[in-house]
Design a protein. Structure first.
Length: 393
């Protein structure tokens, strides 16, 4: 029997996401009426060359595996160049779940689509930062001081915020103003909380919109990944625990994020006010919550600063982080957003501004924008209209 789809690539595409036949079947049934469901038994037969899938099956598999349908007709397995920098709780990529792997591949695909749109439409993206602007051997506290000034942050700005979402949105928009695309997608928080990548000279950050600590946790991740953008170059960087000592950029990124959000002098003043300005072997989460609420920061930041200021043991943050990661995560709830606001929240200011650019109408097929945004063509037109009214050019 001759197969029109390459069975070797059918198997490779599934295995690269560590998905079982049953995983594929389950996800295919969740995709909705526009995709043909996949039967686990049939999928196994296709991979063994015992039967052949129809085109609609391959379209479903392409959606699940986050790859073009054309991959299945190649003679050889394609080479994929991933430019990821991610801070996770797994020691290596082999420990990531199919869900996290799929989201990371989806993040890269959307980033590459955005770069393609920029080039095809001839849109100029002003970037205020460059690859390798700093080094992981630089002082993260000093770099944080420089970036706080450059981004326009001060205690007076913090005083204007009414809540954690205000804090997160302020920092996200300031970072996006540097030419960084900040996307939000769902990740497994126990494995990985964010990612970053330089794609063909354009910087991208992925933030987990299901973060355990809501806006405060997402803010810490945002600044952590921004640190990676500032010290990274094009190419793959893995930032898991267990990276050889001295070559791991995680401590740099952690210190940078914490010191961006709060200076040591501000932090100490608050500790004195709360009677916590002394060394303690341990502190309860209640105390950490009290400190963080007063400063619009996460518990991560509080634990890191206490450790850095020798007010807690050197392994304090690692121990606390391990405790928090074991707890059950609860949904954030809140008011359900309308479609335009939801997509703006997911894709951010930079992507939304790009979608609204006048050059796109003539040079980019709307079906491409539909695919990027995961919405019907008529909804894309609605989103573009909304963006042109709400988002400054």
């Amino acid at each position: 029997m001759s197969n029109w789809a390459n069975i070797k690539i059918l198997r490779w595409a599934r295995e690269r996401l560590k998905m079982s036949y049953e995983d594929v079947e389950e996800l295919s049934r969740k995709l909705g009426k526009f995709y043909t469901p996949i039967d686990a038994g049939e999928l196994e037969k296709w991979e063994k060359g015992l039967s052949q899938p129809e085109l609609e099956h391959l379209e479903t598999l392409a959606e699940i595996y986050v790859c073009p349908v054309g991959y299945f007709f190649l003679d050889e397995v394609p080479r994929e160049q991933d430019a990821l920098s991610f801070r996770g709780l797994s020691k290596n990529a082999d420990e990531l779940s199919p869900s996290s792997l799929r989201t990371l591949h989806l993040f890269l695909e959307k980033a590459r689509m955005i770069v393609h749109i920029i080039k095809e439409a001839g849109v100029e993206i002003k970037k205020e930062i460059r690859q390798g602007q700093y080094s992981a051997y630089d002082d993260p506290v000093e770099i944080a001081r420089i970036e706080r000034i450059r981004l326009g942050f001060s205690p007076n700005v913090r005083a204007e915020w009414n809540g954690y979402e205000d804090a997160f949105n302020w920092w996200r928009q300031r970072i996006e103003s540097q030419g960084v695309f900040c996307l939000q997608m769902k990740l497994e928080p126990s494995e990985i909380r964010g990612a970053s990548a330089w794609i063909e000279g354009y910087p991208f950050i992925l933030i987990n919109h299901s973060d355990a600590e809501a806006a405060t946790g997402r803010l810490f991740t945002l600044l952590h990944e921004y640190a990676h953008i500032l010290i990274s170059n094009e190419g793959l960087v893995c930032d898991f625990r267990g990276v050889e000592k001295g070559k791991n950029p995680e401590p740099f990124a952690n210190k940078f994020a914490a010191n961006c959000l709060i200076s040591k002098s501000e932090f100490r003043r608050k500790l004195i006010e709360l009677g916590e300005n002394k060394f303690k072997e341990n502190r309860s989460d209640r105390v950490l919550e009290e400190i963080k609420k007063a400063l619009f920061v996460s518990k991560d930041v509080v634990a890191i600063m206490l450790q850095e200021m020798n007010l807690a043991p050197k392994d304090f943050y690692a121990r606390k982080r391990a405790q928090w990661d074991k707890r059950k995560l609860w949904g954030r709830g809140g008011k359900r957003q309308k479609m335009p606001e939801k997509k703006f929240n997911e894709f951010g200011l930079m992507t939304t501004r790009l979608i609204a650019h006048k050059n796109l109408e003539e040079k980019i097929p709307i079906i491409e924008l539909s695919y990027l945004l995961d919405m019907k063509v008529e909804r894309v037109k609605e989103f573009i209209s909304w963006a042109r009214q709400k988002v400054p050019a």
